[in-house]
Design a protein around this ligand. Structure first.
Ligand SMILES: C[S@@+](CC[C@H](N)C(=O)[O-])C[C@H]1O[C@@H](n2cnc3c(N)ncnc32)[C@H](O)[C@@H]1O
Length: 226
């Protein structure tokens, strides 16, 4: 989906960018403009084209994108260059959920983050609990985990059937959304039990394909590493 992702989800990605950027003070109190000479390192896992990275790049010293898809990593790096962030924003191919995580993404460049975000990807992972644990390992103590994902949709079977016709990647959806309680439990079992919060975006995530309009309700959650 890498080539058409930004076009298919253009309005939804604008919404994501605005909603994340407007909540940055809620998300974390550590940004480059909130303290003297503060270094702030962020990781966006399953970054895709990097909308969340682009929204927060002005307020961090470094942002690393990781994705299993080389096509997505190329889009991420193209978007970083076009937005003028190439010096501090770089995408890499990598899978933190593999049985053995490759040495290439295990060095200091890929650890001790202040913020780790996973946006619109937790529902694709076989084991969201493992994913949050692997994300937690990359955070500094007191660092913030941000998750953006789907609020459970009671009509998801009908919607999934409709969506599958236009987006084959829907086949890879494993969980049809996470409630606040689901997120609290996932965070706690990953050692991310501090200062949990969960907010639902007021506007729906709307996207269009082949003349059809789809709409999803999205949440953003935060918690800190103990
Ligand atoms: C729906 S896209 C979300 C992209 C972006 N984060 C956003 O909010 O627009 C899901 C992304 O998860 C990536 N992905 C799926 N499984 C992954 C894994 N095990 N490790 C890293 N990335 C993965 C896909 O390649 C894809 O880029």
């Amino acid at each position: 989906m890498a080539k058409s992702y930004n076009t298919d989800f253009a309005d939804a990605l604008k919404l994501l960018y605005r909603e994340v950027q407007s909540r940055r003070q809620w998300a974390s109190n550590t940004w480059t403009d909130t303290g003297a000479e503060q270094e702030v390192k962020m990781l966006e896992y399953a970054c895709g084209p990097g909308t969340v990275s682009l929204a927060l790049a002005p307020f961090v010293s470094k942002v690393v994108g990781l994705d299993v898809s080389e096509g997505m990593v190329n889009e991420y790096n193209k978007n970083a260059r076009e937005a003028g962030f190439a010096e501090k924003m770089a995408g890499h191919k990598g899978d933190l959920l593999a049985d053995t995580v490759s040495a290439e993404i295990s060095g200091p460049e890929f650890s001790d983050f202040d913020i780790v975000c996973v946006s619109m990807a937790l529902h694709h992972f076989e084991d969201p609990e493992l994913a949050l644990k692997r994300v937690a390992e990359r955070l500094k103590k007191g660092g913030v985990s941000l998750i953006v994902d789907l609020v459970p949709d009671h009509n998801h079977e009908h919607h999934s059937h409709e969506l599958k016709k236009d987006f084959p990647a829907v086949e890879t959806i494993k969980t049809h959304g996470f409630t606040a309680e689901d997120m609290r439990k996932l965070y706690e079992s990953a050692g991310l039990g501090l200062n949990f919060d969960y907010q639902v975006f007021e506007e729906p995530f709307v996207f269009h394909k082949n003349g059809k309009t789809h709409s999803k309700t999205i949440f953003i959650a935060r918690a800190e590493r103990q």
